[in-house]
Design a protein around this ligand. Structure first.
Ligand SMILES: [Zn+2]
Length: 393
């Protein structure tokens, strides 16, 4: 029983002080003055209670890609209970993703299959420089056989990644995803054409990731207004995702966009080995940046719970509705003087920061900041990444 926190659950239009009652791993009730009935009671007054967070874009294929992190090393201490690998693996490596990453993880793991069979072995690998690396039929068959794990198709549409192939990779990704009835996630930034050319290929529910990058062909026109084509694409149901990453989030772009009310649909990290020790650190740090840039807290929670859960077709996650798995993230909203960096080396000092205090998965406490020096469950062996929490340098 989590007693007396401010429960923010946009899936239920809930944003008020109340209790969350848990039984047998599931949420049993949300309301005022709920009876303890023999449950362990944790006083969370003065704290925020969110559904467990869903990180829609990260890289967790550790051991067989250079960029992969170990999910259970980086998720519990940051309130993330479900994490989506964005195209590190593809059909040849999908069984490795399942057996080596997803099955041993306590954290809930999902994946987007890269339309290139190469996947993403290193951040700079041009996996779409040749279309010989694309086999739509194999991709479709592979994802169709693993729908419990694979939730979409990923394509990196950067100019240095696709060579002379233009936007053909995105067209092939949409073809595969269309056969499967799953979304496509398109990596943008330094694309071979303006965003409109890519968005014209996309369908409702498809995802533009790295939406606030500071490279050519972004969301802003020469007068720093949002392109009309981008607004129209979004009104058709294309989702705009942050995908912060080491090179894909600009404070200046986000500030201009937010001033025009253009907030992200999904807030994700694009967390991988090169940015986990800065500038990204983790999802709470990314959320704190959105908060300080002017995005309302309730929208931030929606963009890290209900929306990413729906984007991968898992609406049973990202919610504290009675009957849902008791995945819960308890946060403190700290006030002070904190420094943040974007992907372009810009620094800002801001007064607010979200810090994870407690994480529950299936009703079990898997992280408690007050006893963070002691592991709560055994970690899987292998490469260990030291997570610094969200303490920006
Ligand atoms: Zn990525």
């Amino acid at each position: 029983m989590l007693r007396g926190g401010t429960v923010v659950d946009p899936s239920q239009d809930l944003n008020r002080v109340c209790d969350v009652s848990i039984r047998d791993g599931s949420v049993s009730a949300v309301g005022d003055g709920l009876p303890a009935e023999g449950r362990r009671v944790v006083d969370v007054s003065g704290r925020y209670v969110f559904p467990g967070l869903v990180d829609l874009h990260a890289h967790i294929c550790w051991g067989f890609t250079d960029i992969g992190l170990v999910p259970d090393d980086v998720c519990p201490s940051t309130g993330v209970t479900a994490i989506v690998d964005a195209g590190s693996s593809s059909w040849p490596s999908q069984d490795a993703f399942r057996r080596h990453v997803a099955e041993p993880s306590r954290t809930r793991v999902f994946g987007f299959s890269n339309i290139s069979s190469v996947g993403i072995p290193t951040a700079g690998t041009p996996e779409l420089a040749s279309l010989r690396f694309v086999d739509v039929d194999r991709s479709v068959a592979s994802v169709a056989g693993d729908r419990d794990l694979m939730t979409g198709i990923k394509v990196r549409q950067g100019r240095h990644l696709v060579g002379d192939n233009g936007i053909e990779p995105t067209r092939l990704a949409v073809e595969a995803a269309g056969q499967l009835g799953v979304p496509v996630m398109v990596h943008v930034g330094n694309t071979p054409c303006p965003l409109k050319g890519i968005m014209d290929l996309l369908r409702p529910g498809d995802i533009i990731t790295h939406a606030y990058h500071g490279h050519p062909h972004g969301i802003l026109d020469d007068h720093r207004a949002i392109w009309q084509d981008v607004l129209e694409g979004r009104s058709r149901g294309i989702l705009m995702d942050v995908g912060h990453g080491a090179g894909s989030f600009s404070f200046d772009v986000a500030k201009s966009a937010f001033e025009q009310g253009f907030f992200p649909d999904a807030i994700s990290t694009d967390l991988y080995t090169v940015n986990v020790n800065g500038p990204v650190f983790d999802l709470p740090t990314t959320m704190s940046k959105m908060l300080n840039l002017g995005m309302p807290l309730e929208d931030i929670v929606r963009s890290t719970t209900a929306i990413p859960a729906a984007a991968i077709g898992r609406t049973e996650l990202g919610t504290l509705r009675p009957g849902a798995a008791a995945d819960v993230a308890v946060f403190d909203l700290e006030e002070g003087d904190f420094e943040f960096s974007d992907s372009h080396g810009e620094r800002r000092r801001w007064p607010r920061r979200l810090t994870c205090e407690l994480t529950l998965l299936d009703g079990e406490i898997i992280f408690d900041r007050r006893r963070a020096d002691r592991p709560i469950f055994d970690r899987q062996p292998g490469k260990t990444t030291v997570n610094q929490g969200n303490n920006a340098p």
